[in-house]
Design a protein around this ligand. Structure first.
Ligand SMILES: [Zn+2]
Length: 67
């Protein structure tokens, strides 16, 4: 595979759109969230912060990256 595009520097953090596995509510979260992010509707934990990269327990929705 040949890379024809220039590789843009990727930001270490980004906002992603996830969907709650329980109630299906979509929510925009920060991929390096430093706090637990819970679903606005049912309260399920969607993101668990770790030392670095957050663990996203919710499934990602169609729009994975919001610019
Ligand atoms: Zn939910």
């Amino acid at each position: 595979m040949v890379k024809s595009r220039e590789v843009l520097p990727q930001p270490k953090s980004k906002f992603i759109n996830v969907q709650c596995p329980d109630c299906g509510s979509e929510q925009v979260i920060f991929s390096r969230a430093s706090t637990v992010v819970k679903c606005n509707v049912c309260g399920k934990t969607l993101v668990k912060p770790t030392g670095g990269k957050a663990i996203i327990t919710a499934k990602r929705s169609r729009q994975q990256v919001l610019r």
